[in-house]
Design a protein around this ligand. Structure first.
Ligand code: LMR
Length: 331
């Protein structure tokens, strides 16, 4: 009898020591992404880490893995669902397997500028998209801007016909695939980490990116021309594993959400100037000519790419497209 009690006591003691150790261990949040640190997303991840460690010291620790150093963009979503990483911020072009609605953001010439993108993201329809993948175990926590995309190539792209026959790298997005097919160009899906080499070796001849991605990946070193088309947006959704997030202690989750909201405001405020600075750096490097389009030329690109909308209208939803178009009206 006494023996049993001692054993039970030892067991209870060891359980409570384990409990104490657990309570003392910080919750680890791994934040993996594919871009360089000096980009809107890279800066956002670092600021998130800094604020979390200042405001939740000893309770939460954040590990940031930039430049596809932990997971490349083909694997990061799977890793999030498996619990190998807790936060990622894929570009909005990379969600088509989880929801068709987010394809909206890839429609060419949908938004007049980044301010219209911002208004849509903050609208009820934009906010609802954050919750559109919860049945798949993914919760959206906010939007981060990178910026408007520009076309790059080793050939001057002034009119849509200049793109004919060229091979363009695209993200894993059916809409972007169709966008280049509409130009009678050849899209090639390729992960972000492979783009520089793809351009260098001629596997692809061109790409579409905001200036910060072009500069930080040194793509300008292997692209002679950039046409300032602003033809689409490359933004991010910061996402987490729904089960992980809902399982956090309430006070910690609330604080993390407040920090993320603050970081999102900061990223979205800084993104445009980061891109403009990188545009300057590309010009200073002297490797690449930046071409601007007349309004007439730009509307030729719009006309050439616009048929893509019709192809995806049913999947995305005509009402959602209309809601996004309304965001241009305040311009
Ligand atoms: C790309 O693959 O071009 C982008 O999604 C990379 C990024 O995360 O900005």
């Amino acid at each position: 009898m006494f023996k049993m009690t001692a054993k039970a006591l030892a067991c209870a003691l060891s359980l409570s020591i384990a409990g104490l150790a657990q309570a003392a261990d910080p919750i680890v949040i791994k934040f993996s992404h594919v871009v360089a640190e000096h980009t809107p997303k890279g800066q956002g991840a670092m600021l998130f880490k800094k604020l979390v460690e200042e405001r939740l010291p000893g309770k939460v620790s954040v590990q940031v893995y930039p430049n596809s150093s932990l997971f490349g963009d083909g694997k990061e979503m799977e890793a999030l669902l498996l619990g190998d990483v807790q936060l990622i911020a894929p570009s909005l072009a990379k969600f088509e397997h989880y929801t068709k609605q987010i394809q909206l953001f890839d429609l060419p010439f949908l938004f007049d500028d980044i301010h219209a993108v911002d208004r849509f993201q903050q609208s009820p329809e934009g906010q609802a998209l954050l919750k559109s993948m919860e049945d798949k175990g993914i919760t959206g926590l906010g939007y981060w801007h990178n910026g408007m995309k520009q076309l790059s190539a080793n050939k001057k792209l002034v009119e849509p016909k200049d793109a004919r026959g060229l091979k363009f790298r695209v993200q894993a997005s059916a809409v972007l695939d169709e966008q280049f097919k509409a130009l009678r160009a050849a899209p090639r899906k390729m992960s972000f980490a492979e783009v520089y080499q793809g351009l260098q070796t001629g596997v692809v001849n061109g790409a579409e990116n905001p200036y910060s991605n072009i500069y930080s990946q040194k793509m300008h070193e292997v692209q002679k021309f950039i046409t300032e088309t602003d033809h689409g947006v490359l933004d991010y959704m910061v996402i987490t594993n729904t089960k992980f997030w809902n399982g956090l202690p309430n006070d910690i989750r609330t604080e993390l959400e407040a920090i993320l909201a603050e970081v999102s405001v900061e990223v979205n405020k800084q993104a445009e100037s980061l891109n403009q600075n990188d545009k300057k750096r590309i010009l200073e490097a002297g490797t690449t000519e930046i071409l601007t389009l007349t309004p007439e030329q730009r509307s030729q690109w719009r006309e050439a790419m616009r048929p893509v909308w019709k192809k995806f209208e049913d999947e995305i939803g005509a009402d959602l497209i209309k809601a996004a178009e309304r965001a241009n009206e305040a311009n």
